[in-house]
Design a protein around this ligand. Structure first.
Ligand code: GLU
Length: 489
């Protein structure tokens, strides 16, 4: 890499939610393009007319933009090799199909679905690999006329050369070889005239002068078919690199069963794009040192094809949470609030639009809990203590704290001092708490703990002074009184 201007592409099929695996492929191609001063092309592979949608395409673009992955050519931005949507390239493909048909490297096949199915069953019954055996390989003109007269609509099949070894020098997997005997003549254009992926992808990569195809491992088995087409048309092949599968924690292929698989889900839970990029980069690639937190710029500098792993990558949500927590702690409370807001609203804690004072107060609440969360939606659980009307004791340990014989005394003195406090701030509250320990000759814990539990129901949590300031005098007194009443009952 590096000697010529490299041209990479990300070529998603817009057929559903944008999967994190797709985002990882996009990221790896982007990192390489940026590292070597190359170009990244965004091409839409929408030849599956039934499953493709513009909505999904929009979704992919949005997700890429969110992740900070930009493209130099492709949909929206244009370029010299357009159009960049396969359904807009049909005439281009048709020219090549004519060439393949004329040279006999492809042929029309009139077999019906039923006939093909019967052939598959027969082969499987014999323990052989199901494949097309070539019934229409050498049809006479008369046969064709007869089939056409029957109203059969032909597909175009590629004539796979016999006994050919196809060798791929994969950038990740090394040398992989396939025998053409295992590949039956395959369909390249369906009966409706739409090319299949394996055919369109070759023409696009060739016509767009793509130098490197970095994509998911599941496409490795498609590659020999693609190489045969390159060869048949005398087109030069790009370099291929097939990046490892992504597995769930149980080592089976990552799927919905393992939790969120769509980029959008992470985005709406309040993960930060820098964190997702950082995490995805480590899925199937390893840096040379111990460093795990990388900015995009550092990734561009550090990324290399040589360190792409052959072994499957395991999607470890704890690691993503750890990385995200790191970026959340560095983010401004305003940013985290923005991400948490839909969740706070859904929980019924706030209503938008927020009044300016409410926003200021919420920002402080977020600043208080920010260090305890992994992603923004968790602000809800951690900030519930600021919204609840009634204190719920979280466990036995919390109940125990409130059985302390000095409880009423501590509460009474604290409430009186709090009422008398002129400006409510953390230093003032701290001074009150200290003075109570002195006056009542109690250890700090005997003062702080019951107040914390009576206010929040929890034995752990953010700084007590801060909680008190954020709740305000009135709510503090109300809560303490409420809890005391329940304890006495
Ligand atoms: N459209 C294919 C996919 O989304 C891309 C395959 C490729 O990169 O060649 O899986």
């Amino acid at each position: 890499m590096g000697e010529q201007q490299i041209r990479l592409r990300f070529a998603p099929s817009p057929t559903g939610p944008f999967h994190i695996g797709g985002a990882r492929s996009a990221l790896f191609n982007w990192l390489l393009a940026r590292k070597y001063g190359g170009k990244l092309v965004l091409r839409i592979e929408d030849t599956d007319l039934e499953r493709s949608s513009r909505e999904s395409e929009e979704n992919i673009k949005e997700a890429l933009k969110w992740l900070g992955i930009d493209w130099d050519e492709g949909i929206d931005v244009g370029g010299d090799y357009g159009p960049y949507r396969q359904t807009e390239r049909l005439p281009l493909y048709a020219d090549y199909t004519t060439r393949l048909l004329e040279t006999g490297q492809a042929y029309y096949c009139y077999c019906s679905e039923d006939e093909l199915e019967a052939e598959r069953q027969e082969l499987m019954a014999k323990g052989e690999m199901p494949r097309y055996l070539g019934r229409c390989r050498s049809l006479s003109d008369a046969d064709r006329v007869k089939y056409e007269a029957e109203g059969r609509k032909p597909v175009v099949r590629f004539r796979v050369p016999e006994n050919k070894e196809i060798i791929i020098n994969d950038l990740v997997r090394g040398t992989v070889s396939f025998d053409s005997a295992g590949i039956g003549d395959f369909v390249i254009v369906k009966s409706d005239g739409i090319p299949v992926y394996n055919y369109a992808v070759v023409l696009d990569d060739a016509l767009m002068s793509i130098t490197h195809v970095i994509r998911a491992e599941e496409h490795l088995s498609n590659t020999p078919r693609q190489i045969l087409i390159y060869e048949a048309l005398g087109l030069s092949t790009p370099k291929f690199g097939h990046i490892s599968l992504i597995l769930g924690a149980d080592r089976s292929k990552m799927s919905k069963r393992h939790g969120a698989t769509a980029v959008e889900q992470y985005r709406s839970l309040g993960y930060l794009p820098e964190a997702v990029v950082n995490f995805l980069a480590l899925l199937g690639w390893s840096p040379s040192g111990e460093q795990e937190i990388f900015s995009a710029a550092e990734l561009i500098a550090e990324f290399s094809v040589e360190r792409l792993a052959k072994n499957p990558a395991v999607f470890d949500i704890d690691k993503l949470n750890w990385i995200n927590a790191h970026y959340i702690r560095k983010a401004s409370p305003e940013t985290v609030l923005e991400l948490a807001l839909p969740h706070l609203e859904a929980a019924g804690f706030v209503q938008t639009p927020l009044a300016p004072e409410k926003r200021t107060w919420l920002t402080e609440v977020v600043a208080t809990v920010q260090e305890y969360i992994s992603y923004a939606a968790q602000v809800v659980d951690h900030s519930a203590i600021f919204f609840a009307d009634k204190v719920e004791l979280e466990n036995e340990a919390a109940k125990e704290v409130l059985l302390d014989p000095d409880l009423s005394k501590v509460m009474a003195v604290f409430c009186a001092k709090l009422m008398a406090l002129e400006t409510l701030d953390e230093a003032g509250v701290q001074a009150i708490l200290k003075s109570i320990t002195k006056e009542l000759k109690l250890g700090g814990k005997k003062v702080y703990m019951p107040i914390r539990v009576a206010l929040t129901g929890q034995v752990h949590g953010p700084d007590l002074q801060r909680i008190i300031v954020l709740l305000g005098k009135e709510r503090v007194i109300d809560r303490l009184e409420g809890t005391m009443k329940e304890v006495v009952l």
